[in-house]
Write a protein that binds this ligand. Structure first.
Ligand code: SAM
Ligand code: SF4
Length: 334
């Protein structure tokens, strides 16, 4: 499936819940938000069916995200269902790792290939400030547990948010000195109003890393190429990666779409535009009709983002099934 700019859509991120056991300021609003009722959330059979339809259209890689995906009680069943779909070559999971120590084994058995763990600091006090929760020890146990199992990859994601200090992300980078895990710095994207201000961007962070840990040598890009650029550091087991979400636009090679927990297919992280698939699934549509609706929606994938959250550009002028439902990062899954 190609969009009008010739980009092949091969990667689907599936948010399986809007619930989370943390409250990272850059992702979730500080005040208590109403959580979606369970009846609104896609069931595991519905997710499997949609992934099957999308695999038929060329999707090869799927990542489970949230909210916190491990808050979903049937997460292993969701994973096993997707893994059964013909054509899916890689199934990843992005998690804050708080519940991972308990679930890592069953997730591996269910077919998860790679785990990305989000961790923005290695300081207990700073973790509690960032996440507004006191689960640092569980998250570190989750990381250790994942590394002790034969996942194809375990990576650590660290957001360079306006709250972060160099000591926070340098501490996370340092983990790659002794652990066989790539650490990726993700540039902060201004998606909520709760986190404001200027954040350090990747070029400056890379200069600081060199001052502390030595010369960064560009690493060979591992196939299939994602948005991260990688380097090696002397004496480090893991690589250092950077996702230039803001400072360098990688939109022209974007190969992804996102399925929210309520079944909206979003075409770009920054735009509240897409297609509501749940009414089609629950309204008795055949797979071929849903596939055709998805292809039509993908024809509206924006060429690039504009560095800030956008509305549903042009949606009103088009088909009624296009959504205009504002979604925070915790609803879309990053
Ligand atoms: N709860 C899981 C976790 O934190 O890994 C999965 C969902 S979370 C929305 C997915 C990723 O998005 C995390 O790595 C998180 O750090 C990142 N993220 C959330 N808000 C962000 C923002 N405003 N800018 C950059 N990355 C963000
Ligand atoms: Fe939860 Fe992940 Fe968002 Fe943090 S980044 S609030 S862990 S969904």
């Amino acid at each position: 499936m190609k969009d009008p700019f010739g980009r092949s859509i091969e990667y689907l991120r599936v948010s399986v819940t809007d619930r989370c056991n943390l409250r990272c300021g850059y992702c979730m609003p500080q005040e208590d938000m109403p959580m979606l009722p369970h009846t609104e959330i896609l069931q595991y059979e519905e997710i499997e069916r949609l992934v099957g339809i999308m695999a038929g259209l060329g999707v090869k890689r799927v990542r489970l995200t949230g909210g916190e995906p491990l808050m979903r009680k049937d997460i292993e069943r969701v994973a096993a269902g997707i893994k059964r779909v013909k054509g899916i070559e890689f199934l990843g999971l992005t998690t804050n790792a708080v519940l991972l120590a308990d679930k890592a084994e069953t997730l591996l058995e269910a077919g998860i290939d790679g785990v990305n763990i989000s961790l923005d600091t290695t300081s207990l006090e700073r973790y509690e400030l960032f996440t507004r929760r006191n689960t640092f020890a569980q998250a570190m146990q989750g990381l250790q547990k994942a590394l002790s199992l034969p996942f194809a990859s375990v990576k650590i994601n660290c957001v360079l948010s306006p709250q972060s200090l160099p000591a926070d992300w340098l501490g996370v980078i340092k983990l790659a000195q002794t652990l066989p895990a790539d650490v990726r710095l993700i540039e902060w994207m201004p998606m909520t109003t709760d986190t404001q201000g200027a954040a350090v961007q990747a070029p400056e962070a890379l200069r600081t890393i060199e001052e502390h840990f030595g010369t960064l040598t560009p690493a060979k890009q591992t196939a299939p190429a994602g948005p991260a650029e990688y380097w090696t550091l002397p004496g480090f087991l893991g690589r250092v990666g950077v996702i230039h979400a803001m400072s360098k636009c990688f939109c022209t090679s974007c190969n992804r779409v996102r399925l929210t927990a309520v079944g909206d297919l979003k075409l770009c992280l920054f735009y509240d535009e897409g297609i509501a698939l749940k009414p089609l699934l629950r309204g008795g549509m055949a797979n071929e009709e849903i596939a055709s609706a998805i292809t039509q929606a993908v024809a509206r994938k924006p060429l690039r983002h504009q560095g800030k959250k956008m509305g549903a550009a042009g949606a009103a002028a088009s088909a009624t099934s296009l959504i205009d439902r504002p979604c925070g990062m915790y609803r879309v899954g990053g």
